[in-house]
Each structure stands twice: as structure tokens, then as C-alpha cells.
Design a protein around this ligand. Sequence first.
Ligand SMILES: Cc1cc2nc3c(=O)[nH]c(=O)nc-3n(C[C@H](O)[C@H](O)[C@H](O)COP(=O)(O)OP(=O)(O)OC[C@H]3O[C@@H](n4cnc5c(N)ncnc54)[C@H](O)[C@@H]3O)c2cc1C
Length: 559
Amino acid sequence: MTDYLKFQSLPSGRHKDKKHIIIVGAGIMGVCTAYYLVTHPKFDPEKYHITIIESKRVASGASGKAGGLLALWAFPAQIVPLSFDLHQKLSDEYNGVDEWGYRRLTTVSLEGDLTHLDDEDEDEEDEEEDSAHQSDGIVITPSSEKKNDATTENENEKIEDSIKIPVSHDSDSSSSINKPPKKTSRATRQSSIPSDSSFTTNNTATNNNNKSKHTKSKLPTDLNWINSALISNCSTLGGTDTTAQVHPYKFTTFILKKAVELSKGSIEFIIGKVNKIQFSLETGSATGVSYQPSSLKSDYSSTAHTISGDQIVLTVGPWTSKILPDCPISGLRAHSITVAPFKDQTVSPYAIFTEFKTGPYKYISPEIYARQDEVYVCGEGDSTVDVPETTDDVEIVKSKCDELFRQVGKISPNLKKGHTLKRQACYLPVLDVPSSSGPLIGETNVSNLFLASGHSCWGINNAPGTGKIMSELLLDGVVASADISALEPFLYFDASVLVSDDEEDYDDEDDDEEDDEEEEEDVGGAADAEDEDEDDDYHEATETSSETAPSDPEWSKEA
Ligand SMILES: Cc1cc2nc3c(=O)[nH]c(=O)nc-3n(C[C@H](O)[C@H](O)[C@H](O)COP(=O)(O)OP(=O)(O)OC[C@H]3O[C@@H](n4cnc5c(N)ncnc54)[C@H](O)[C@@H]3O)c2cc1C
């Protein structure tokens, strides 16, 4: 899957004389926006050109490392039904079952008590370790470490030594059930479907394997990879009629590949980091972006380039406020692992939210999603770690991943005997306003500058819907598929507040110096890049100021 995309550092110039749409960020939002643009009836490759600018790699952020749970009971209600339905349609059209692991499944919430088990477990581990260390006087790696010899996802990771930075497991603030703000938690069933009992009835009717009722203390019989003795309560959050899953990395890269195929040469891909938006001095409208080109193998060049566009779409998730400093979207880091079950045994298709007591007033709540060939486990967010410059700079704390493995091993005897495949961390894009859980979708108060960002913990679920909405907005000027009036970015922030640096802040529409330059380098494909050795190490901080664009005519639309 390397040939479908050519990465360039500089624009080819093919956008000239066409309506040029620039998408910044190749996570799931940027990719779905591109896909629905090229499949829109009005899209004509002779008249339109799309440039996607990505600072590192396709799906290198949360879009490649998320759990991939989809639910009709997700939020916000304005776009969930549309998006859930589009996921099904995409899967039907492109064989999502084989291509990206699409399947319907059941979601349960489990409660239980590990307090007792904790002690027994620790004793067992201590004994194991002692005996291992006694063997012939040679220090042998304890089996729990052997299991966890997986490589981490990010080549630029900085693994914290658990001796230097001890993780207080159960008292870790990120693991306490009292901590996570509700809008970053998927476990709460929100009301995009009626709260009547049809949910439970449908679930029972459409899922013969799932014997669970809405609330019960016993596990469904086919959920046999969980230690039932630990469970004090099991409740069903969604059945196969309302819950599904995808492998987010496979989904995103597949949909991008399709978009490129269908675009008939009208999508090009630039690898570079966008630093700021260009505005017209006369109208205050967005006219392009400036960015620092890069390649997969080298650092960012120091020279900034500009590229003009008729419509600019920011889909940079938790990085949004690095380009639009007034935007109230931030990032919350979360760790996750994937686990190979013991002897590659299949695990029945369940997504599991948990809440386990581990001591007086102490709880853990890993989320555990069975996939076709592995199990995904994620922990809660650490709110203390700022969003770094790029996805390559995301710090993966090995001990946090190993703790997730330890937790899931207590809950599942099968997984305890399995081993960690991947350790990873990524940032959830969170909207920091009390009145909304996000996302922000639509045109900002700067005309021609659009945003599709801040999807919190349901971005994989809501990406196809968001892409479709954006395609309608960009090509029709109005959104027919959903009511996004409460999600419009201009309700929440002023996009004319600029990021400052040493360069000129404003650019005339005609001043597009780089457009004349020819394509400079091709540096490989998107999907394979996930595992490539990287030595990029870009740490330059972007300063922000409270300057504003020369005019912000649309800001008067503020609610
Ligand atoms: C641990 C975890 C588990 C999750 N599980 C689920 C789940 O089960 N179901 C679900 O629906 N959602 C889930 N989510 C949420 C979902 O992953 C996100 O909402 C979604 O991936 C956001 O997509 P995005 O495209 O907006 O952002 P991202 O995936 O962060 O992509 C942004 C892209 O922009 C690029 N970029 C950033 N800055 C620049 C710049 N200046 N110039 C150029 N490019 C730039 C980045 O490199 C990146 O590729 C989970 C999130 C986390 C953290």
C-alpha cells in the first residue's frame, strides 16, 4: 500500500486555475473530508483540486491509535446517526469486514472488586520473580516482563524509566473513576437513541449470541475470556444493532487510498507543518497557509513556504490551537496497548467498559475492546502533559502501558497469558467549553477558513458524518445531512487571532511564490510509513500572540 500516495514537500502547481481546497491534517477527519469531497456529485477533477498537508504521517495521531468503537449511543446527537450509518455503508461498499475489521459487537459495562486478587496476584508475581532471580545466580527477566517485550509505536518515543518516575498504580490520578470529565468518557450512554426499552429488546432480538439483558450481575455466557468470579455487575450499553467497531488505522488509510483513486489525480499530498493561516489584507478572508516542508527522513526545513487556496480546512485535532490560538480545543494524552491473546485464541466480540475496585476508595477502569485478531486496551487520560509539536514527539510512558497489561491480566486469565503487541500513546482532541462536548464543524468567523475538530472520544465514530458535512459545506455552501448550528466554530472562538512568528503575517492572494516551484521530492507511501524508522526531532516552540487579522467581518456572527 505504498504507491497510491506521493508525498511532496512543495506544491506541484496543478491547483492553478482550479478551485483549490487545502486540508490541513491527515487524521481521520482530514481523510474523510477528502473522501466525501471527491465522491460529492458536484466534484469535478477538472475544476477542483485538493491539497492535503500533513506534518508527519497519515493517521499518526489518535486516528491510528484509537479503540475504534462505534455506537449509535455516542455523542453529539446531531451527527451520530448519520455517521454510524455511513460507517455501515462504507463497510458494505468496500468490504470493511476484511479491509478494516468492521463488525457489529456488544458493549458491556463491568463492575467488580480486585482488592483480594491484588494481594494474591502480587504474592504470585513475587514468588515467580524470586525463583527466577535465584536460578543459577543469573538474573532472569521475570515472565511478566517477557510478555511485554513489544516495540512501541513511535520511533521517537521517550520511555520513562519506571525507577526514575515511579507510577503509583492505583493512586494514579489518571486511573481514578472520579477523575475523567464526562465528555471524554465513552462509557456514559448518551441520548442519541430513545431511552425506552427498545434498545434492550432490539439487542436481544438481533444478537443471538448475546444472552445479556440490560442489567445483570452475571456475564453473558460467551464472554468467557473474563474472570466471571470478579464481576459484581454487568450491564449492556449496546448490542449489535447499536454498536460496531473498526480498526482506525486500517480504516483511515483505506479511505484515503479510495479518495486518491476516485479523485482522478486531483488530490495531492504535501508533508509539512502548517504554522499559520494567510489572510487577504483587503477582505480579511483566508487565502492560504504557510508551512515548513519536511520529509519522512529529515527534519523540517527552516524555510517557510506559502500555498494559496480558496478554502482552507483545519483537521488537526488536538493541534488546532497551535494554529488558531483562540480556539478552545486542547489535547488529553492517553496510553493504550494491543494484546495478543494466549495461543492466539479468539476472543468473543465484546467492547468492555470497566470499573474495578482495587483498594479503599481506589478504582481502575481500563476499556477493553476485542478485535478480530487482538485485544485493544486503553487507560484514562493524563491531563498534565501538554500537546507536543508533532505526533512524533508524543511521549510513550512504558510503565503506563505495562500497568494496563497488568490490569487487564487480572481481569482476563486468557490475556494474562498473552503478550503485548504494541505500546502507544496519543492525544484526544477535547473542547474546553462547559456548554458543549464538541466537535466544532463549519466555517469560522474568518471566511474561507473551516474547522472540523475537537471530536473528543467519539472521533472515529463521527468521522464519516463529519466528512460528509464538510463536503456539503465546501461544495454546496449549505449542510443538508445534519443540523450543525450548535457546532459552528464561530460560536466558540475568534479565528482571526493569529499565531505570530518572524515572518509576515498577511499575504496577498496573488503572492503565492511557491506555486511556481515544481515538485521536489517523493518520499514514500502513507501506510508503510507507520513503521518506518524516524529520526525527526523537531522541538521548536510556536509562540502565540493576541494579534488579530486586519479585519474579521464575520465575527459579528458571534452568538
Ligand atoms: C486512547 C484513545 C482511544 C479512542 N477510542 C475511540 C473509539 O473507540 N471510538 C471513537 O469514536 N473515538 C475514539 N477516540 C477518539 C478519536 O481517536 C479522535 O477523536 C480522532 O482520532 C480525532 O481525529 P482527528 O483527525 O481530528 O485528529 P488526529 O487523529 O489527531 O489527526 C490530526 C492530524 O493532524 C496532523 N497535524 C497536526 N498539526 C499539524 C500541522 N500544524 N500541520 C500539518 N498537520 C498537522 C497530525 O500529524 C495528525 O496526523 C479515541 C481517542 C483516544 C486518545
